[in-house]
Unconditional design. Sequence first.
Length: 586
Amino acid sequence: MTGARARSFRNEPPSLRSGLVRRPRLLAELAGRFDRRLTVVVAGAGYGKTTLLSQAVEENRLDPRGVDAWLLVGERDRASAHLLGGLSAAIAGDPEAAPDVDALCDLVLLRAPESVCLVIDDAHVLDGSDTWDLVSELLEHLPRNGHLAIGSRTMPALSVRRLQAAGEAVVVEQDDLAFTADELADLAGAGGLGASADDVRLPSWPALAVLTASAGYDASIGYLWEEILRPVEEDRRVALGCASRLDLLDDELVAAACGDRWTAADLVAGLPLVDSLGGSHRLHDLWRAALADVAPTVAWRAALVRAADVLLARGDLVRAVKAYRDAGEPDRVVEVARRFVSLPLSTGLNRAEAEVLFDLLPPAARSGPVGWCLESVLLSNADGVHRALDQMLERATASGDDEMRALAWWRLVQLQGDSDPAAMEVPDELRELADAGWPLARSAVALVRSHEAQERADVAEAIAVLDDLGGPHPQTRKVAVGSRLLALGQPELVAVTFDDVLAEDAADPIAAQAVWFRGDVHPDLAWPIAEAMPAAYGLRRFAGVEVPLLAIVASVALAAGHTEEARALADRALGRAHLVVSRLAL
């Protein structure tokens, strides 16, 4: 990589200004980043996240406990390859030193016994991209001397709360970052406003406090209102009040939230503290405070719901669910979760989306069947998944939620089909649900019958009963039937062509496997497609999907003569095999 490209990575924290308020209470928390897997500093703009992280890095240089590898995220880092290059440059000074996460972890391991903390600042820029999957994989696979610290305006799409509950993560949040009375007194003294904490009238919001201390009290939210917002026509002020609650504005979202009178650019024209990102615009969080009471509650909540509907239709699940939550629509959050948890694990939610959904569920739903279903897809081992599905079934039965009961049975039957098909049977409860017409319950019964016929070596019957396999979504039937036909050694019956696989851009591993197994494609043509699948697809999912996928891709590599790549893929599959049931591991 050229020197010019290398300089595009921002691998040094910003220089600290003189006169900054030192914050020992927070720096002590960050000093522990070398003792835990994850440290998160999360708050809106202007709360001093970057300054605090920079101070922590500076303190560590004076009295080292480990090595900090800094990366300030930019828009280009929304591409996984660029983010890998930036992290590689931060650790080794060479953006090409780590072509994948495994190599990145090796760079960290090479520094052992020295501890290495990867500091990723402005990580909220990654929201809405698949790059969070890479960070999640990195967090999972970092060696013991590796640690991760993240500064972000939004909670990272990682298992933050779960790690926090296990004592492996610390979260410094917005309330923690707000200036205390003593810190405001220090700031007031430095700014010449008087050092008595009793007399200090600075806001606790750090950015505005610093602005006020240096420029006087006119530089307050009131000043923003008087000087900038008051001259703006009322209809536009109300629209801004609604739109300011969305973190990123574009024309379609503005039209949904505020009507088609304004484009996004027209709405923010002339306003300071606005970042423009291509055709999108981000209002500084100062505007949220200044605009907080401009729009009636009923208006901005309705605007958020309309915008969330657009985001959901786009497939931007995380932002949509956050908008529903902020609009005070917990039922919509649960509705979205129910919609997505019933999709096949191989094509539905990715891991990052499942984690965000779980975190945003209302507490009652989190402990109910939907929450336990999400828990089951987030757990890393087969026994844990089975226990979570048992809990899901119990909670669904207790609450009379037959849809979730049917889904729990469907997942439990699938799990048993992978682990012990000879012991499969149809319990009375499952038969009753199937007789009542629940599609996934009928699918579960059909799956049991297919396995029973397979155990009798009656392949024709094992295929015939698949007519009832499916569920409420066409994709569920496509994946379920395709998987069974492959397991029965009948790839020629899978309704897919090589052109279909190309059109799907390698998004369906079942289809790709069928085409490969029946010999429709030469290994030299298959390898470029298969090679991309683990990175673009498998790692976004779960071990039960990833392990067989890696194994199949390894066989393609071997057939195409790429022995080293095949060995690496097989080793990765073996490394994850302890997380899946024995038959999949085999």
